[in-house]
Ligand binder design. Sequence first.
Ligand code: FAD
Length: 459
Amino acid sequence: MASAGGLKTVLLEERVSLGGQIYKQLGTGFVVDPKIARLGKDYDRGTELINAAKASDATILTDCIVASIDGMGITFSVGESQTQEITARNIIIASGAADRAIVFPGWTLPGVFTAGGAQTLVKTQKINIGSKVVFAGSGPLALAFPSQLSGYGVNLVQVLESGPPPQATDIVKILGAVPGNIHLLVDAVRYRWNMLRKRVPLAYGRIVVRAEGDGCVERVVHAASDKDWNPIPGTEQIIEADGLCLGYGFSPSVEALRLLGCELTLDEDLGGLCVVIDENCKTSVPHVWAVGDGAGVEGVYVAMAQGKIAAINCLLEEKKVSQAIAQKQIADQQKKIRQKRKLVRATNRMYRFGDGAYSLATESTIVCRCEEVTVREIDIAMHYGADTMSIKSLTRAGMGLCQGRNCQRHIAARIASRTGMNVKDIPMNTPRFPLRPIPLGRIADSSVVSEKFFTPGED
Ligand SMILES: Cc1cc2nc3c(=O)[nH]c(=O)nc-3n(C[C@H](O)[C@H](O)[C@H](O)COP(=O)(O)OP(=O)(O)OC[C@H]3O[C@@H](n4cnc5c(N)ncnc54)[C@H](O)[C@@H]3O)c2cc1C
């Protein structure tokens, strides 16, 4: 849209192909023969959108890691090349989300997958995640994922939904949100019907409290939970399984927005730490827009509408479109967003995230899996500084590959429970360059050569 409107546009994408999360294409080397295989409507819709993007005048760089953003300067590396920089007059950040990690005893055992990880394996590589798989989670994706996984041939033996079952009042609210959402509701019915047809047992109000096994998952222990997802003692049950798939929602990938200094807020309904934007998707930093799940997790349709709103705003900034036309186009997209949010509000009671999920770990549970830091070590570090930065410095929790994406929220919850502070008042540790792991040789100055360590351009 930005490029069609006359803006010089560059799209930087980390993956080797476009499509983001939902319209993800098959892995490199996989070829689809349309005569014998159909990969579903998301795949087809993705192909359509990708072809339109490729046909536009926008410069598209895939296999391109954005390593840093400083002011309006963006540092990125394409493939094996050295980092380069471009400056932009307007930046739209659509960095998506990552699975919201839930820490409990056994969550690091082989065989425990996040829903996104499992989906990527089966969707792009056709790799099954176990012969007897339990799915546990909540929210609309916990409705969709089990059906998708079983459609790809995964043998689901139990689905555990942490939230309560729907009541008549929920159904009435959902019916009130039908306009603009009929396709989503049809999908929801289809997903549930698939599970019924395959006789996959579904239990409401139950949360995974432990995964057990010798070197890999062999048993999943789950318990009844209260409305905040705290497990109720004495209600534990055990399922024999060699795969556990967790779908407790997503957390926005706000790292780039944090580097830029955009105002953030904590909203568990939007996935945790998210960025403050107005109805035009403007952040608190001039000329920076945030859209889609990377701003706050609201799903693909809101993401697409927000992307258009941000693009129209950029066109408006650069005087490539009249105020009247822009306002009309923005209003159309905002209407779509309001319709989607109405459905979210209608399902709030069932799908509200429960903070009890942040208190399942015991003292010996690893919280930071990159650096293998346990709850006990976090507790000891807390004596010297009850804040995420001090704990990071003392234990390395948050310094690993994921840069705290999995553990930070849990550490903040632990600090809150130990000190009585409100978790919203606990600052997350400061983001650092590079945003994504990147070989040192690609960011080193080309004049720096060390035979012992690296030469620029090499991994
Ligand atoms: C794991 C996962 C599985 C999902 N499955 C479903 C599903 O089955 N059904 C459904 O309806 N919704 C699903 N969703 C939600 C849906 O995918 C999103 O709502 C939708 O894709 C949001 O679009 P987006 O553009 O905001 O983010 P995304 O589609 O995630 O796109 C973000 C893009 O930014 C790129 N990126 C991020 N950081 C960088 C960087 N530093 N440098 C370069 N590129 C970068 C990523 O590679 C990615 O392609 C899923 C979400 C996730 C995270």
